[in-house]
Structures are given as C-alpha cells and as structure tokens.
Design a protein around this ligand. Structure first.
Ligand code: PLP
Length: 438
C-alpha cells in the first residue's frame, strides 16, 4: 500500500486513504483559500460553527489581549480566572432558562458528557442511586466521545467501538418524512412517538433513567425539523418522571435558527442546555453546560452530603477561549445576529426552493433559519445510496462552494453574517453543481 502523504491521523477519514488531503490555508469573511490558491465560499460555516465568518478582527484582538494579560489559569478547587467568571455572567444574562450556573468544557461532546454527569450527580443528590440510563434519538448527533458517542444515534459513530454503551437507549427519530412514508398525519406520528417513549420508560423503569438528550433541530443527522408538538409533549412525559431534559444547542445556540436560542423560539423548558461552536464562533475551543436553577439548587444542597462535583478539565474556562467567547457574544448581541438570520432566512429558503423544489431526483427542500437542506431521492437516477450527496458535494467543491453531504442530503448552513446576495450566490453554485451531476 502507498504510504499516507502526511503524519496527521485525520478525523472522520479512512486511515487507508493515500491521496493528499485538501489543505486550507487562509480565511476571510465567508471565503477560505486552499494551498493551490483556489477560493471557496463556505456554506458549511466550518462545521456549523464559524458563525461570524473568518478573520473577524474583534475576535483576533480579544485573543491577543488575553494572551498578553493571562494566557492560562486553571479553574480548579475554587480558584478561577476573572474572565471565566465574566463569561459565566454573560451567559447567565442571555440564557433562556431560569439560570443556576454555567460549567465550561472545550467541545460539544465534552459539554454533553458533562451534562450526563451533572444529571447523574443530581439524581445521586436526591438519593436515586440507580438512575444512570440516558435516552436519545436515532440520528441525533451529540459528539464522538465514548459517552456522547453512545448518545449519538448514527451507526458510523458506533460501528467497531462497541457503542452505544448498554445504558444508552435510542428512541425513534422524529423525522416528519417518516410520517409521510407511513401515511400518518403529523399528530398521529407524534402520538406514536410519545406513546413509544411512555412504554419505553415503563419497561425500563423510570427509576433507572437519568436524562433525555436531543437537539431542537437534528443537524448532523440531516437537518430534521421535528413536528412542533413533539418536544412539548416529550417534555411533559419527562417532567412527570423527573427525567432531566438536556437540550443540545451546540449548533442552534447563538442565532442559527433566527433566535438567540431555539429553547425560546420553540418555547421549551430544558433542565440543562449544552452550547459550543457559535459560543466563540469557533475561534477558540470552548463549550458550556447551562445548568437550570432547580438542578443547581439540588446539587448545591446535595453536595454537602456527597462532596465535590468530581468532574472538570484542565482547560475548563480557558482564559483565552473565554475572552474570545465574550467578544463573540458581544458581537452577536450588538449586531443582532439572530435578527439578521430571521430577516434573511426567507431568501435562503426561496433560493433553495426555486433551484430544487420539484426538480428531477429531488425528494425535498427544508430549513429553519440558516440551517437548510436538500435531499435527493435515494437510489434514483441509477445512483447507489449516498451517491447523490457525494457527487453533488464534489461538483460543488469543484465550483468553489463548500457544502456538507449526509447520505443523500446536502446541508446548507451559511455563516450567520451572510447577506441575501451572498446566499443566492451559494445556492446558484449548488444548483449548477446539481445540474452538472444530472
Ligand atoms: N452536538 C451537536 C448538535 C453537534 O452538531 C456536534 C458537532 O457537530 C456536537 C454536539 C459535538 O461537538 P464537538 O465536535 O465539538 O465535540
């Protein structure tokens, strides 16, 4: 076998690949450049995270200032940095739930792992020593660590790793398209999903289940927008059994849906919210768990008996990442990024509908805010499963557009600073890619 051309073990890449990786060297605004000098409009926002575009000068300055002032100090054993405290205060002001406190981690997966441990700790504090099971959704995405990966409902994250761990249980995906396929009305579909959840809880025993985790809109699973009655009904079932509701706003937090948080927009009341990506617009790795007041009060009381919350990372609340996040949040608020997304999202949906709705081999077009998708009919036009997605994505890249394929779905998630004209250019490139694939 030919040797791999680099010493980098690349994430989500077969180690057997021997071709050169595509190397990006520079970014500005919505555009990145590769080593060969070709430019690409980034309709993926990095990985749904560079919400404020590349090379935002305020974020660069905030990082440099903090590097010079205090590049690092660990938050450990009741000693922390001023900037970690200040970021927690910023989040407490913005948070869409009655706030307790914020816990910092470095990635979305770590935030979700931390949320599971907070849920376990909460139940321990109440003397519930058997509540360890975590419920999640098929096709939900929560990261790839052993715990978050167990909650993720995608086979390629589990295969070969012995995941999910036995205490992680997945419920059916609330994909409105499966209702259509089964000939169900949306109400009947939601009734079935809720009934399934109720029966699952009864069969497992409510006293064995710690939490349920879900995304408001399933992103990496292919932009799946659950029926509007689904989460309110699920929430009601969870509350009845005091199964904590963890809302994973790693993608949706800080403006992507056209609101600061999808929690507010969809009128949800989670117990814990996890955020990452847009928190620093991806300029520095940082994530957080927003811990609701009720949970916080219980664990503060309970910790008197059971001791320290034995969890944390060297880089929890890293000063440089925290300073960058503070500046990113300031920009999101000052420039009313959620408002811009709300106003501009109809242009994204119109451009996608004009380009793809009713076209050959297209199953549907859908979206909410700046999180949209086109799904091709699997197996149509002589293609194998996933071929439409990979072919259209490759043609788009050749035309200078970065999009992400999940099976036969192409995800379009522009940076939140994109104008309607820039979005129309992105969609025109995507349509051109599709036509050339026909
Ligand atoms: N949660 C959601 C909804 C995500 O989309 C992702 C990543 O794409 C994660 C969690 C995991 O984040 P990370 O890759 O930073 O661990």
């Amino acid at each position: 076998m030919a040797p791999h051309p680099s010493t980098l073990l690349e994430p989500h890449t077969p180690p057997a690949v021997t071709t050169e990786p595509h190397v990006i060297v520079r970014g500005e605004g919505l555009t990145v450049w590769d080593r060969e000098g070709r430019s690409y409009l980034d309709a993926t926002s990095g990985m749904l995270c560079t919400n404020l575009g590349y090379s935002q000068p305020r974020l660069v300055r905030a990082a440099a200032r903090q590097m010079a002032e205090l590049p690092f100090f660990a938050s450990f054993a009741h000693r922390t940095s001023d900037v970690a405290l200040a970021l927690a205060d910023d989040l407490a002001r913005l948070a869409p739930l009655p706030m307790g406190r914020t816990f910092f981690a470095n990635s979305g997966a770590e935030a979700n792992d931390s949320a599971f441990k907070l849920a376990w700790y909460y139940h321990q504090c109440l003397g519930r020593h058997d509540r360890f099971k975590i419920l999640s959704q098929e096709r939900g995405y929560h990261g790839t660590t052993v715990a978050a990966g167990s909650a993720t409902g995608l086979d390629f994250i589990h295969r070969g790793f012995g995941l999910p761990l036995p205490s992680y249980i997945q419920v059916p995906c609330p994909d409105p398209h499966s209702a259509l396929r089964q000939g169900l009305t949306e109400d009947d579909f939601v009734d079935r999903l809720v009934d399934h959840l109720e029966r699952l809880i009864a069969a497992e025993g409510p006293d064995t289940i710690a939490a349920f985790i879900a995304e408001p809109i399933l992103g990496a699973g292919g932009v799946i927008i659950p029926p509007s009655t689904y989460y309110p009904r699920v929430q009601e079932v969870l509350a009845r059994h005091d199964i904590l509701f963890i809302l994973d706003e790693v993608v949706t937090g800080f403006g992507r849906t056209g609101a600061m948080f999808a929690t507010t927009e969809f009128d949800l009341s989670p117990d814990l919210i996890t955020v990452a990506k847009g928190l620093s617009s991806a300029y520095a790795p940082i994530s957080a768990v927003l811990v609701g007041r009720r949970i916080m009060n219980t664990i503060a009381d309970g910790s008197r008996a059971i001791g320290a919350f034995g969890h944390g990372f060297t880089y929890s609340g890293h000063p440089v990442a925290a300073a960058v996040a503070r500046e990113a949040l300031a920009i999101v608020v000052e420039e009313d990024i959620p408002g811009h997304v709300r106003e501009t999202a109809p242009a994204l949906m119109k451009a996608l509908a004009d380009a793809f709705h009713g076209k050959d081999f297209v199953r549907d077009v859908r979206g909410h805010g700046f999180l949209a998708a086109v799904t091709f009919l699997t197996g149509s036009g002589g293609r194998q499963e996933g071929e439409w997605g990979s072919q259209v994505m490759a043609k788009a890249v050749a035309r200078g557009l970065l999009v992400r394929a999940v099976g036969d779905t192409i995800i379009v998630a522009p940076p939140l600073i994109s104008t309607a004209e820039q979005i129309e250019t992105m969609v025109a490139l995507l349509e051109n890619a599709y036509r050339s694939a026909l």
